[in-house]
Design a protein around this ligand. Structure first.
Ligand SMILES: Nc1ncnc2c1ncn2[C@@H]1O[C@H](COP(=O)(O)OP(=O)(O)OP(=O)(O)O)[C@@H](O)[C@H]1O
Length: 337
């Protein structure tokens, strides 16, 4: 058995919302949450369910409606900003604009809880900045002006600043929002690795359900009705909470694959004979075009897939017509739709 980890963040009966605003309202709660070192937590939920509100509240940017938050065992409300900044770093999704800083100096801002705003950077600070840039693949931008970066490049630099801050908890609001697919995968891998190598707790809000299911230790799923489900990804799938939080008429969560799918009106059943990748991708293409695919033989209407030295061949047998052969999946699809 592993020894029990100590909690870095704990909430008790936490209610989050905007009691002071004109449209006074509670967004979610009561929330009893625990964040431990070494955990990657993905916060998911439909638009407007309260993800940003929760992150802002946990990081002290927004007052709690009621209930308690403690950071490393100390009530958050008793901590001053510099003390919070040594325990917790925050990366918001908004792009930094109008900044005259170059990237090196932006990342260096992460060191201010140790050096003070006007403090001189010492050797350790400089080493942390370079390390943070290396980890986030931003070394090549260090001399660039922040304003000249693309949204995705800027997002990586903001993560580098948070890493340079070297806090036990890192909170990121939609860090994958501006990134291309390889960068999204790389970022999630990096966050996962950081939790393992440094023992940091990392909390991110995201709409990337696939990536969250693959990488997180814990998912916090806000259901849009004020509730939050916390659990390991697989438990939440088994509990059926994704369907309840996200299912709409036009989309459907498939608990067998962990993907959202678009329900289609079935045109016809067809049987598919073959194996390997050609089988899998032919099946996907047919399903996308509205066919229901079975793997039992229907002598009337079926497709035989054969792979050989000359590539892949699809032979369609349909209701007594002469067989038709194709060497290209697109031609097969064009013939069937
Ligand atoms: N300053 C505010 N005053 C009053 N209500 C607000 C304020 N900011 C946000 N809200 C409301 O609080 C609710 C939660 O908003 P929040 O931004 O936390 O949702 P979210 O889950 O992060 O959404 P998204 O996925 O769209 O980013 C929404 O209904 C929003 O309209």
């Amino acid at each position: 058995m592993k020894e029990l980890k100590t909690a870095l963040i704990e909430t008790e009966g936490l209610m989050i919302g905007y009691p002071a605003s004109k449209a006074s309202r509670v967004v979610a709660g009561p929330l009893d949450l625990t964040v431990c070192g070494g955990q990657l937590i993905c916060l998911l939920g439909p638009n407007g369910s309260g993800k940003s509100t929760l992150l802002r509240t946990l990081t002290g940017l927004q007052p709690v409606s009621s209930g308690k938050i403690s950071l490393d065992g100390i009530p958050l409300k008793t901590l001053k900003a510099p003390a919070i900044a040594r325990k917790l770093s925050l990366v918001l999704s908004e792009k930094v604009t109008g900044s005259n800083l170059d990237v090196y100096n932006l990342i260096a801002l992460g060191r201010y809880p140790y050096s003070g705003w006007f403090g001189k950077l010492n050797a350790e600070d400089r080493a942390m900045i370079i390390r943070a840039a290396e980890l986030t693949d931003t070394t090549g931008f260090l001399d660039r002006q922040v304003d000249s970066l693309s949204d995705g490049e800027c997002q990586k630099v903001m993560l580098a600043r948070a890493i340079a801050q070297d806090t036990p908890v890192v909170v990121l609001d939609e860090p994958t929002a501006h990134l291309d697919l390889p960068s999204r995968l790389k970022l999630m891998q990096l966050l996962y690795k950081l939790t393992r190598e440094t023992g940091k707790a990392i909390i991110i809000s995201t709409h990337e359900l696939d990536l969250a299911l693959q990488t997180s230790d814990l998912i916090w799923l806000m259901d849009g009705r004020g509730g939050l489900h916390s659990g390991i990804p697989e438990q939440l799938v088994l509990d059926g909470v994704f369907e309840k939080a996200f299912n709409r008429e036009e989309i459907h969560f498939d608990p067998y694959t962990g993907h959202f799918t678009i329900p289609r009106v079935l045109k016809q059943q067809i049987s598919l004979i073959g194996d390997g990748l050609p089988f899998i991708w032919t099946r996907k293409a047919l399903e996308r075009c509205g066919y229901g695919v079975t793997d039992g033989l229907n002598p009337e209407f079926h497709i035989l897939i054969e792979s050989g030295n000359n590539g892949i061949r699809w032979t369609v047998t349909a209701y007594g017509h002469p067989d038709q052969c194709f060497n290209d999946l697109q031609q097969l699809v064009d013939a069937l739709v």
